[in-house]
Design a protein around this ligand. Structure first.
Ligand code: CA
Length: 341
């Protein structure tokens, strides 16, 4: 009886082995693809992913945001900002004429850093909403609310504005994300959305998502200032701009502000993760030169695998396939021998 059933069982086992070998090859390929095509995946967990980085807890912000005494050890809040413990910090509610802010209490004295933050812009408006929020790195600590998405004017340093309402006329639609650079002397013109201070920017789909959208500002003094955006809810990052020869104040202060006017939105900050870049990894080369840079739509392709990555993946797939075939051959021998009975 056993022998009668043996060939059928052997054939079934062979098919099973074939499937297992194919699965093994697929898993190996998937592991390789994951390892080489999602280098930013670890950023949210603060692991160094580019060169060597050092997580700076005293400049970062996470849920539940407040300690037992209802304050945060490293960040301050003000204006319309409200802390929703374990969820987000709402810089402004979806109500008219509000301004809110959060800022790091201490200065950050580094020449190279990376800041990744999660935010959410949403509200009842479907076609009319505003005005947006901004990320700041400035020489002076934020100490007064003003007209630049809630921040005071004539700042010395960097603003990355997530502007959802076009006060001026532009050759593109909003929302629009832009780096505005100021030396402390220039006034922000709200009627042009600060266009004369812009050194880089892109149109981006940053509003009304069911999930928190993310941004990563990367800066190396005198070399580049880069912004990557993730608006799709998975680990798919797109470079918004990469500008060369940017130098920011040192030390500087991190802050976020938001503003509503005649139009409104909820502007939420979910988390802020600051890393000092100890050694860069050269993967951020080829920044645009300021003299030739111009505003562009967010059309740059998502960062794909490099040529070396492709070679490694192909080698990995080939290796896995060979291993799979050898495995099948090794496993099929006893089955054939058994059939001869
Ligand atoms: Ca605006």
């Amino acid at each position: 009886m056993t022998r009668h059933f043996a060939p059928a069982r052997a054939a079934g086992t062979g098919t099973l082995r074939l499937v297992r070998a194919a699965l093994a090859a697929l898993v190996a390929t998937a592991v390789l693809l994951l390892a080489f095509t999602t280098p930013h995946a670890a950023a949210a967990t603060n692991e160094p992913v580019h060169g060597t980085t050092l997580f700076i807890r005293s400049q970062s912000l996470y849920p539940p945001y407040i300690d037992y005494d209802m304050s945060n050890r490293w960040w301050e809040f003000g204006g319309a900002a409200v802390v929703h413990t374990n969820k987000y910090i709402r810089l402004t509610p979806d109500l008219h004429a509000r301004k809110g802010w959060i800022m790091a209490k201490s200065a950050f004295d580094a020449s190279a850093w990376s800041v990744e933050f999660e935010y959410k812009i949403h509200g009842r408006g479907t076609s009319l909403f505003g005005d947006g929020f901004a990320f700041w790195f400035t020489k002076d600590q934020h100490d007064a609310m003003g007209p630049v998405l809630g921040h005071e004017d004539k700042w010395d340093g960097l603003a990355v504005v997530f502007d959802t309402y076009d006060n001026g006329r532009h050759g593109y639609t909003y929302p629009y994300v832009a780096a505005l650079l100021n030396d402390g002397t220039k006034a922000y013109n709200k009627d042009t959305d600060g266009k004369h201070l812009e050194i880089g920017g892109c149109q981006a789909d940053i509003r009304g998502k069911q999930y928190a959208t993310r941004a990563r500002v990367r800066y190396v003094a005198g070399q580049y200032l880069k912004l990557d955006l993730n608006t799709k809810g998975w680990d798919d990052w797109t470079t918004c701009f990469n500008v060369a020869n940017v130098t920011l104040p040192k030390p500087g202060h991190f802050a976020f502000t938001a503003e509503t006017g005649g139009l409104s939105d909820n502007h939420d900050i979910v988390s802020v993760s600051v890393n000092q870049i100890v050694s860069d990894d050269q993967s951020h080369s080829n920044p645009a030169q300021p003299s030739t840079w111009s505003s562009s739509f967010m059309t740059s392709p998502a960062q794909g695998p490099s040529a070396w990555t492709v070679v490694l993946i192909v080698l990995g797939v080939a290796g896995a396939a060979v291993a799979g075939v050898k495995y099948m051959q090794a496993q099929s021998k006893p089955a054939r021998a058994f059939k001869q009975f």
